[in-house]
Design a binder for this molecule. Structure first.
Ligand SMILES: NC(=O)c1ccc[n+]([C@@H]2O[C@H](COP(=O)([O-])OP(=O)(O)OC[C@H]3O[C@@H](n4cnc5c(N)ncnc54)[C@H](O)[C@@H]3O)[C@@H](O)[C@H]2O)c1
Length: 284
């Protein structure tokens, strides 16, 4: 690109010319030489995300409260992966992690657990537990790593929300409230950290066949979950890792403050059965 005004703001013509350049999209997907922290990386979506980032050339610190899980995933990945035991809901642990971690280009935080109870049945203790396991660690991630990334002028923070934070069902009360809070945290963090070159996004899964869900659901419930979505497939932890990896990569260089729904289309479906309104029926 030629520079008409060296040392000054680029001209409109220069900006147009640069915007017309064909970029190497596969190269923009690569993460070679980058360093990521995956909070909750020891199982489920975190395990798959740790592998996905490593497959694209990144070094990964697999962080989990469970030592064995973190160690097992780092060992599966092999060279370029290390394990670290941290309670992500602890301000002290998260401050120490951000201070000691060395080079970091981004954090993926997948931690979250739903304890389904109606709003009338949720105790104050349940409410605070759900807050901590869904929202507190996300705020601590923004607080400690957002500052570091903004100071270096680039980086990504990526979270796992839920369709329970965008819509609801009986029993999703506390979990859904704090996942909705996470969606809002993502927007605010994106606005506050954007000028520092930091992108902040989330994925919102629908039902995903993770090991934790496989432990609690029977085959009838699994079939109901599959049948709720228009695509004839169950969403897997690998599908969620793919969405996260897109958001982390430079393919998403202009994406921030967003929550990408990955639910096999479940929340796009019209919720009412409209018998008698088949194709061609005039419904006015
Ligand atoms: N499975 C679904 O259907 C579904 C749907 C929507 C959203 N989600 C969300 O997806 C995310 C991941 O779900 P999953 O089933 O893969 O999770 P998981 O529970 O299998 O794995 C999370 C990991 O986080 C670790 N962890 C828990 N608390 C921690 C803490 N305080 N500090 C550090 N590590 C901690 C656990 O030891 C575990 O290894 C969650 O945020 C969940 O709310 C799941």
């Amino acid at each position: 690109m030629t520079t008409e005004n060296p040392g000054t703001t680029p001209s409109v013509a220069e900006l147009v010319e640069a915007a017309e350049e064909i970029t190497d999209l596969p190269a923009r997907f690569r993460l070679d030489g980058r360093h990521y922290v995956v909070l909750g990386g020891g199982r489920g979506m975190g395990r798959h995300t740790s592998h996905s980032l490593a497959q694209l050339g990144a070094r990964v610190v697999v962080v989990d409260a469970d030592r064995e899980r973190a160690g097992a995933v780092a060992a599966e990945i092999g060279a370029g992966a290390t394990a670290r035991v941290v309670d992500a809901t602890s301000d002290t642990d998260m401050a120490a992690l951000a201070r000691d971690i060395g080079k970091v280009d981004g954090v993926v935080d997948v931690i979250g657990i739903a304890r389904y109870k109606t709003l009338l049945d949720v105790s104050e203790q349940d409410w605070m537990w759900e807050h901590d396991i869904v929202l507190r660690h996300a705020w601590l991630t923004v607080r400690h790593f957002g500052r570091r990334l903004a100071e270096q002028g680039s980086g990504t923070l990526t979270f796992v929300a839920s369709v329970s934070g965008l819509s609801s069902a009986p029993g999703h009360g506390a979990y859904g409230v704090f996942k909705a809070g996470l969606v809002s945290l993502v927007r605010t963090a994106a606005v506050e950290l954007g000028p520092g070159g930091v992108r902040v996004n989330a994925v919102a899964p629908g039902f995903v066949l993770t090991p934790r869900m496989a432990d609690v659901l029977d085959s009838r419930q699994l079939e109901n979950s599959r049948a709720a979505a228009p695509l004839p497939r169950l969403t897997t932890p690998s599908d969620i890792a793919a969405g996260i990896t897109f958001l982390v990569s430079d393919l998403a260089a202009a994406v921030t403050g967003q929550t990408l729904v990955i639910d096999a289309g479940a929340t796009s479906s019209y919720p009412y059965r409209m018998q008698g309104f088949e194709s061609g029926t005039d419904g006015r």
